[in-house]
Design a protein around this ligand. Sequence first.
Ligand code: ARG
Length: 589
Amino acid sequence: MKRIIDLIEEQVKAAFENSGYDASFGNVNVSNRPDLCQYQCNGAMAAAKTYHKAPVMIAGDVVERLKDNVMFEKIDAVAPGFINIILSPAYIAEYMNSMAKDERFGCPEEENKKKIVIDYGGPNVAKPLHVGHLRSAIIGESIKRIARFMGNDVIGDVHLGDWGLQIGLIITELKTRKPELCYFDESFTGEYPEEAPFTMSELEEIYPYASGYSKTHKDYLSAAQQATADLQAGNRGYLALWNHIIEVSVADIKKNYEKLNVSFELWKKESDVQKYIPDMVKAMKDGGFAYESDGALVVDVKEETDTKEMPPCIILKSNGATNYETTDLATIIERRKLFDAKKLIYVVDKRQALHFDQVFRCARKTGLVDDDIELNFVGFGTMNGKDGKPFKTRDGGVLRLETLISDINEAVYERIMSNRQMAEEEAREVAGKVGLAAIKYGDLSNQASKDYVFDVDRFTSFEGNTGPYILYSIVRIKSVLAKYQETGHNIADADTIIAPTVKSETDLMLELLKFGDVIVQAYKDNAPHKICQYIYEMADAFNRFYHENKIMGEENEERQKSLIALLVLVKNVLEKCIDLLGFDAPEKM
Ligand code: ARG
């Protein structure tokens, strides 16, 4: 099914062409002056330069050919050369009916479907998931769902950080605390125990301690760096400990992502790609790209047009160790090899922008990816507290994701219980859904690259631009539909939408018409916030419609059925949108 905007455009383009102008001037947009018209074409202004003719005359020629078209109620040429369009109510209703029958609600699929790998989540083993990981998980999950809805074959990879200094720090600290463990005994040749010598909560205490200590104690830091190098060189005892760390952490990480309704097809780790590194390094040297600089092996990635600092990409450090860049380059090799991915999307803190710039440039320059492979970096901003500083616990510590989620759920629960009566168990379940919507919508409604303030009171409010407000609107529709059925009607019989007669009804339909366009834009720009903005406007349009029209009291049966069919469509479209954002609505709230 075609988007409405494409259908209008076809007509307008044909009219340009038939009037002797190039069809490319017939682009149509949603009007930015909804008080004047619904859609507009500004092409006559550009055409005027080509044809040396007054724009309003060109617009007049085009309009002349369209004024009797059944699609339009009104189409005008307006000075200095705008073409203003108002659709005919019957045509709108016709489109509504086809939308209702289409499981994609009029949104076209991607023409050039491809294999996409989305790298998001990016937690590090041994460190608890904290709010910093929240954004990547929430934004990445939504981008994944949108890309998949567009018809692509999409793989989400959690890309665990398991190969860096954090492991060396933990090994070093464990060695200090429990030197007697067999992992540290070089003469030990037996099987290592199956059970890890620590629990998740011990790990959570060990890592920050070791990390803090290493900042003030140089020797300790070098020991940790050495332990990291030894691990990477294959020290048996360290490898066994590393396996324990992964096992214990991954169980905890999975539990947290489940709570967020975030899931991954792939649980790959940084360590998995180390095997590609030797060949990659050799190829970069042989190709004349990598050279030695201050003992390190580097590839220049600076371009003449750069206005910012662009240091070379370091492939091997002076001690021969690999680093974050090396791993990310090798990961590109793996994703091309295993999945033949045509597009790679990285959802990572925007403070890593330079790193990805270097890696992408290096990958292109050294031929790891061809020109037709897309590499997208979606850098997100920081989640701040009300004080404008990165979100922390009350005592200034790093807030665990688990705690944040349960705090939000508690706040929503209180709100629900203070307003209405609901059994405790049901209220808890509803609070879980509403809480998740509050967190995710609070995040996704901001453009990803911007910092935002995490405000529990605002995010959990049932009014304003919030997740709970959207859910509340959906629940309101569900309750109207339930009432309709309770009064002896069958929703399935309400299957025809007739031409709108009042403004709030037309306005609601105009919002529905935007669906396909909004999703395509959100997909092209990796921008879930466009869907948030859309459903907020739709919820508003629905609530105005709801207050201005008597649905249950409507006496004309045909019109009542049409209003019900319209509500079903609004509900389905809103539910599709929140599914693309990664949450769902309860039955009641
Ligand atoms: N683990 C990294 C971090 O916590 C994020 C990984 C992002 N993905 C990547 N391919 N580098 O900073």
